[in-house]
Design a protein. Structure first.
Length: 216
């Protein structure tokens, strides 16, 4: 298990990024909180202004003895081009510097339970029509990771519903298929997702595509 790491969080002021920042700091890691408008009012991390599409700035930020980078950037409404370019930029720099990348992507890239040939992004049971562009962007982001031959990455898909909630420290872990409860519900709190992120960074698994869901 890795301890005392320097973890860079891209998108550190967002719902997920802020919780990953707090979880990492609580475990004793040094955290670089990277975002366009950095803020860390609780003193959990070192805030750094960064445009994730600026390749030179990304490389400079990751050159500061970073052990792992967590990419939490999302776009609403969907901007697939931005998301793909940002992901590729981070992967390029991380590959050059020998840094592990954990991409927090979308549930749309997962396979549907019981229908492995049907992506969640294309399944109206989980993704209504107005959300499909966001889900499709997540799929494109995963394909960008898969096409990158040099980077050390893992893509973490949340379940169908991800929202603020309690930190229980419990979750179920899967690979490339959406996890659901017996009643069909698929969700996790952003706090427990952050727990899963740090668990993966501290003790990396062998799978490139993983998912988590509430421990029920």
């Amino acid at each position: 298990m890795r301890t005392g790491m320097t973890v860079a969080v891209l998108g550190a002021t967002g719902m997920v990024g802020s919780r990953v920042t707090r979880e990492a700091a609580a475990r004793g890691h040094r955290v670089l909180a990277l975002s366009r408008r950095p803020a860390d009012e609780d003193g959990h991390a070192t805030p750094i202004a960064l445009d994730v599409t600026d390749a030179h700035a990304v490389r400079e930020a990751l050159s500061a003895s970073v052990d792992a980078v967590v990419l939490t950037v999302r776009t609403f409404p969907a901007d697939e081009g931005f998301l793909v370019d940002a992901t590729r930029t981070v992967l390029d720099s991380a590959a050059e510097l020998g840094i592990r990348v954990l991409v927090i992507g979308g549930a749309g890239a997962l396979r549907s339970p019981g229908e492995r040939d049907l992506l969640v992004a294309d399944n109206p049971a989980y993704v209504p029509a107005d959300v499909r562009p966001v889900a499709a962007a997540g799929v494109a982001q995963l394909r960008t990771c898969e096409a990158h031959a040099c980077a050390d990455w893992v893509y973490l898909s949340p379940p169908a519903i991800l929202q603020p909630g309690a930190r229980t420290g419990r979750y179920r872990r899967g690979t490339d298929t959406l996890l659901t409860a017996t009643d069909g519900r698929s969700w996790i709190s952003a706090e427990d997702l952050a727990v899963a992120v740090l668990d993966e960074l501290e003790k990396p698994g062998a799978d490139r595509h993983v998912t988590v869901a509430d421990g029920y």
